[in-house]
Design a protein around this ligand. Structure first.
Ligand code: FES
Length: 281
């Protein structure tokens, strides 16, 4: 009697790198495609989710998806060369075979966010981290309330995806403000101070608004304080954490923060979670 075997959740699907584009800060944008054409069309995810990508013979690592599920069939990740897998990935040529499993993680609560106003707040190079959500919102613009983007940048052209800021600035359905920090500041304090100053100059109604932050978590507290003071609710202040993920499915324990797993309970967390998980920053 044939025994039905369950699909192995750790088994990657065969895929290829189909395009590589160089971005500022030595980041490469990889466009990926599954070998199975049906999977390309059915692959769905939420902004904020990640996938596990394996380079054959080297290893596997988690990467946030920076394209939007509203562009079906397009899967993109932005990778900075920083370790074994990312270096191997940077050395791959177009058409190279890779493995992909996922998507994993909770992603942004886009269903709950519908009809709400949204603040998209990013510090310097983290602008790219909100690309999936930003595209998703713009592709489904009617489903959301007022959308305000505040980003800090020494120079937008030096940011990964910084070129998007110019066309975003031309759109009438999104308020877009780019703030230049007064000085380069390793602590990031100036970026946060500028972000808050930029936010002060924009009109937003705090009640019911989702504030999505992208930056170095250690820099968040002044921004959190400002948002809370303005009346944004604790469960609507969101940010994403990248933590030592290995299996992606809650099995290895590598990504734990207190009693939570980044791969299952995150990577998107709220200020409310941060209060209960002091290791977040
Ligand atoms: S990555 Fe293994 S438990 Fe989260």
């Amino acid at each position: 009697v044939p025994v039905a075997t369950k699909p192995d959740p750790l088994q990657p699907n065969r895929a290829h790198v189909i395009r590589v584009q160089r971005l500022p800060l030595e980041i490469n944008l990889f466009q990926l495609r599954f070998e199975d054409e049906e999977l390309n069309l059915s692959f769905d995810f939420k902004p904020g989710q990640f996938l596990m990508l394996s380079v054959i013979g080297v290893g596997e690592a988690p990467f946030a998806i920076v394209s939007s599920p509203s562009r079906r069939g397009l899967i993109e990740i932005a990778v900075r060369q920083s370790g074994r897998v990312t270096t191997a990935l940077h050395n791959l040529k177009e058409n190279a075979l890779i493995g992909i499993r996922g998507p994993y993680g909770n992603g942004y609560p886009i269903e709950r966010m519908r009809r709400s106003d949204v603040l998209l707040l990013s510090e310097g190079p983290w602008f790219g981290a909100l690309r999936s959500l930003r595209w998703y919102i713009l592709d489904n613009r009617k489903d959301f309330g007022q959308v305000t983007l505040v980003a800090t940048a020494d120079d937008a052209k030096d940011l990964p995806f910084g070129d998007e800021l110019s066309w975003l600035g031309d759109r009438e359905d999104i308020t877009c403000r780019v703030c230049r920090p007064a000085a380069r500041d390793a602590e990031g304090q100036d970026h946060m101070a500028r972000l808050i100053a930029g936010l002060r100059q924009t009109k937003f109604v705090a009640q019911g608004t989702y504030a999505v932050l992208a930056g170095e978590p250690a820099h968040f507290p002044p921004l959190w304080d400002y948002l809370l003071e303005r009346g944004v609710s604790k469960d609507k202040i969101l940010f994403s954490l990248q933590r030592k993920m290995r299996c992606g499915i809650g099995k290895c324990g590598h990504c734990s923060i207190g009693y939570k797993y980044t791969c299952l309970d995150g990577p998107v967390f709220s200020y409310w979670d941060a209060q209960n998980l002091p290791e977040v920053i």
